[in-house]
Design a protein. Structure first.
Length: 278
């Protein structure tokens, strides 16, 4: 495991610092990536923890041109404003509506578009819009190396939580598949180590989500169920301590299936229940 604050070289163009925010949802901590040699871009500066910001500033010196954020959850973007103030670097990314889960300090001058590129002397980053985990999520493809900075679109060691309404399961699955339209060799996730087989990882994640939906159908074939009842059946392979988080992704699945005409939501004794559509 990479020590917090250490700068680790991953390739000829890419280095990584891991933020000191480990936990059940962040793994060993948020990965902050530094790309380039003579002029730099910082990807996902992470939380505004003083020791982490100091490590970033010591690494980038006066060479930082851009700070690119994959999304604005509080473990990914709050250090952006601090580092930008210290370096004058330009913020790159997208904002979204305040759902009480967003870092509102991240305010780029404009919203980066799908397939828009930023570039330095020896690197080019292409923005790939990947809504799903949250609707402002963007992956960045380092075209010279086929490495995609995936934020929370793909994590190493766990699946991501999809939190409606900003998160959308149908969008998430479509965005996973969309990565296969690009020449991606390596995934640099927001949490955990590099993933060397992008296609294999995407296919595994899609299978996993569709397996959850099959378990939803199996449970609803028995009887209509509430969210609290369904999570026990659909996530029976997950630690019950994580079921409150799992309910968020389960709700995202149910919203997707309802939109596809496969489930119906009805109130029973004051609580929403779901059933198979006829």
């Amino acid at each position: 495991m990479q020590p917090h604050g250490e700068v680790r070289t991953l390739s000829g163009r890419v280095r990584r610092i891991v933020a000191p925010n480990p936990g059940p949802m962040t793994g060993p901590g948020t990965n902050t990536y530094i790309v380039g040699e003579s002029d730099l871009v910082l990807v996902d500066p992470g939380p505004a923890v003083a020791s982490h910001v100091d490590a970033i500033l010591a690494c980038v010196g006066d060479r930082l041109r851009y700070i690119a954020c994959t999304h604005t959850h509080p473990d990914h973007s709050p250090a952006a404003a601090v580092v930008a103030d210290a370096t004058g670097a330009e913020l790159v990314g997208r904002t979204t509506a305040d759902d009480r889960h967003q870092d509102l300090s991240f305010q780029p001058a404009s919203q980066i578009d799908d397939d828009e590129c930023i570039a330095g002397q020896d690197w080019t980053l292409r923005a790939i819009r990947t809504p799903g985990h949250v609707d402002n999520h963007v992956c960045y493809l380092l075209e010279e190396e086929g490495m995609v900075f995936a934020g929370d679109h793909i994590m190493n060691g766990s699946t991501v939580v999809i939190v409606p309404p900003g998160g959308n399961m149908a969008d998430y699955i479509a965005s996973l598949r969309r990565l296969l339209d690009y020449q991606v060799k390596v995934v640099a996730p927001g949490h955990g180590e590099l993933i060397q087989d992008c296609r294999g990882e995407v296919e595994k994640l899609v299978r996993h989500r569709l397996m959850r939906e099959a378990k939803v159908f199996a449970a609803l074939d028995q009887r209509p169920q509430s969210l609290d009842e369904l999570v026990v059946n659909v996530y029976d392979d997950v630690d019950p301590m994580m079921h409150e988080w799992a309910k968020l992704s389960l709700l995202a699945h149910l919203i997707k299936l309802e939109g596809e005409g496969k489930t119906l939501k009805t109130p029973v004794s004051g609580a929403d229940h779901w059933q198979r559509a006829a």
